[in-house]
Every structure is written in structure tokens, then in C-alpha cells.
Design a protein around this ligand. Sequence first.
Ligand code: HEM
Length: 451
Amino acid sequence: MLDSPSTAPLVKSKLLTPIKVGILESWRLISLSYSDPLKHTQHLNQKYGNVVMHKVGKMEVVHLFGADANRLALLNPDNTLSNKKAWDQIIGRLFPNGLMLRDAEDHRYHRRLMQAGFKSKAMQGYFSQMAPQIERAMANWLATVDNQKVLAYPMFKNMTLDLAATVFLGMDLGADARKINKAFEATVAASMWRFPFALPGTLLWRGIRARQTMCDFFQPLIEERKTGDGQDLFSILCRAEDEDGNRYTDQEIVDHINFLMMAAHDTTTSALTSMTYALAKNPEWQERLWKEMSVLDGKIVQLQDLSKMVETDYVMKEALRLYPPLPTLPKFSNKAFEFGGYTIPANAMVVTSPIHTHYNAEYWDDPQSFDPLRFSEERKEHKRNAYSWIPFSGGAHMCIGLHFAEMQIKLVMFEMLKNYRWSVPVDYKMPVQQSPISKPTDGLPVTLRRR
Ligand code: HEM
């Protein structure tokens, strides 16, 4: 393993050239990269090695495989790679200027200010709003759902959206709920759109209009939030100030809150869904986790209580390993650099693949199997290489909402396990659409039975 990542060109490195494939094979590979990134990346890696370039139209796309590649791409020495130039091409018209779509000093400045929303005092505030809301939501289901099939994915999606309204926006959306929910859904749906044209009626066209609805909704609230004492994320961003007295402009606040809503929503929904699936397939783990949680006496009183859920943490990590919500991470090369004996050109889309590393037998024992104890202190498979488990990315762009996500997932799982046992038929296998954010194509039907 490298001691510190270096991008200095090696004298002996070879200039990388695109693999030669026919038009049909090229189309097959592009479509596989959307439908099944795991199969796609495993195929490329087995056939061509750790550094593979192919062309999509005029763009050069370079896949780098393995934990050392992840380390290089995420630590990004000398700003060799740009997040902005990569993500702008994917979601730039829907979530312009979001934190993930910024580079270098500009990114550092914006991230520093945003940290105010993720400090422990702020997290305590989110916790005390979220815990009773999740408890109430489950109690409401309890009144209606028993021994019934429900679709887990849309159920979690609705719940995380309601939570976002409270915790992120500090409001009961009331009469605006429908309008805002619709606009938010349309912007997120549009980020799945694969073609860059916003022709009238297309998802992208609708998404761009919906973004405007969201901006028009947030903008007039800002003045009042700046002077108020709200403890929601939006209010905290409105008041955030660095040591030199710098603050976000109104437009920056709107751009950040739009992006944060998206970044938090589908990823957490995806993680909750895959954890629910893994626990349905392995019901002995439901009992094991509930036993671990029973020390909490049916109530999570404090944020610190969550750290008692050690095995829940292993299951969450294992679900994120098997189904990373973002299976691939795109970056864009600002300049040429060396990796694996090759010179990778400037202006290429450089893709690292958490999903590929997560299933790589070089780092994991029996990587296909569900085995939460691989994360235990005794086994620590994820410590064999610091860049083998990267569902939250790493380096400067590492997910800022990681602890928020963990808190929400544990709170929801606690209430689920307190109230229910759930199952899927023995021969059921969740059909997953992995790209761009992992989700089940059938919504994951599970049968819930009251505990
Ligand atoms: C299981 C849930 C989540 C997963 C798997 C996840 C994953 C990720 C990943 C992979 C990145 C980095 C992308 C890159 O390297 O370009 C990222 C960035 C980010 N995430 Fe998350 N995320 C989750 C939840 C959240 C939540 C709950 C929030 C907000 C409360 C959030 C806010 C962000 C932000 C603002 C960034 C950009 C960070 C930066 O560029 O500095 N995420 N997330």
C-alpha cells in the first residue's frame, strides 16, 4: 500500500488508451453500468485490470479499481481531481452549487460554515425532535398494520421526507406540504434522468421547474430565520458565521438546503430498505438486535443511548457494504496523473466504485454473504484497508451527514424492532436498481407482524 498518495508522473508509466470494443459491446457496457454497476465493474476489472478507459461519445471515462485507487481519488493530492466538474455534468442543473459540487478552497470555506449544522449541540436538537416523531409514526402504523404486506421503500421514503420537513426546515409544512413534497420529488426524480436535454415534459424539464418552486419557497423565509432562534438545519445555515464574520449569501443558503434535502433523503431511505431486507432474510438477527436493544427499556431517552446498539451498527455497516446507496463515485481529472503504471489523461471522467471494492475478496472473507460480525472488534475486516469500506466516501468530500444518517437509521430500526417482526418468502431475492442510488425495483414487500 502507498504511504502517501502521489500523483507525480512515473517515468515508466504508459499512456492509457481506450479499450477497443465494437459499437454493440460499447452500448451493452454503458447500459450495464446503469442497470448493474457491480456486474459492470467486475466484468471490466476481470477482463482489463485495475485501470480501464473507454469512451462515451467524446468523453474519456476511466475506471480505477481497488482500495489504493479509492485512496488516491478520495485524498485527491494537488487537487488533481474535481468533484464539481464531475457532478455538474450529472446534477448541476438541479442542485447547482451544492457542497458536493464545489472544489478546493471554495469547498473548504462552504464546508466549514456548514459544520455548524452538524456539531453535537445541533445533533442533540435533531435527536430530540426526531425520536418522538419516529415513535409516533410507528405507533400510528401499529394501529393499522398487522400481519400485512407493506412496501418498505415507499414507507421509508415518506417517513424520511416528513422528518426532513421537521428537522431540516423546522416546519410543519401544513397547506404547502403537497406543493413542496411534489416539487422535491420531481427534483430528486430528475437527478435520475440520463440524458442532458430538458425537452418539455421530460423528467429533467420538470425537475428544473420544480427546483424553481423550491427556491421560491425558501427564499422569503430567510430573513426571519436569520434573526430567529430556530434549531433546525435551515435556521442554523441562515445564522452560520465563521471566525472572520463571513456568512452564506441568501442564494447560497437556498442552494445548500436544496442539495442537503436531496443528499439526505434517498440515501437514508436506501440504507433503511436494504437493512430491512437483510434482516428479513436473516430473522435470527432481528431477535439478536432486539435483545441488544432491550437494555433501553422500550425508550431511547438520550442520543448517547444509540452507542449501546453495537450489533445494530454491524448490521447497518454490512447492509451499506452489500448495497452502498452510491455504488460509484465520479470525479473529473483537472490534469494528467499516474496510477497503476498508467498515465491517466486530463479532462477524463474518473470513476471509483465502492460497490466493486465492497465485493472484492482481496479485502473481505466470502464477500457475497451477509455476515455483520465481520465488522466486530474481533474480526475488523474493514480495518484491513482503510479504503475498502467507503459507502460515505472519504477525504475532503466525505459525507457530512454520516452521523445524522446513523442516528436516523438506528432510531427507525429501534422502533421497527420494538413493534414488529418482519419477513419475506424464503426464495425471495430483492431486485435492485443500483444506479444512480440503490433501490428495490419492487418497493420491497415485507410482511409485518406485531411483536
Ligand atoms: C446512508 C446515508 C448516506 C450515504 C450512504 C451518503 C453517502 C454520501 C457520499 C458517498 C458522499 C460523497 C460523494 C463524493 O465523494 O463526491 C456524500 C456527500 C454528502 N452527503 Fe451524504 N450520505 C448519506 C446521508 C446523508 C445525510 C443524512 C446528509 C445530510 C444530513 C448528507 C449530506 C451530504 C453532503 C452535504 C455531502 C457533500 C459533502 C462534501 O462534498 O463535502 N448525506 N454522502
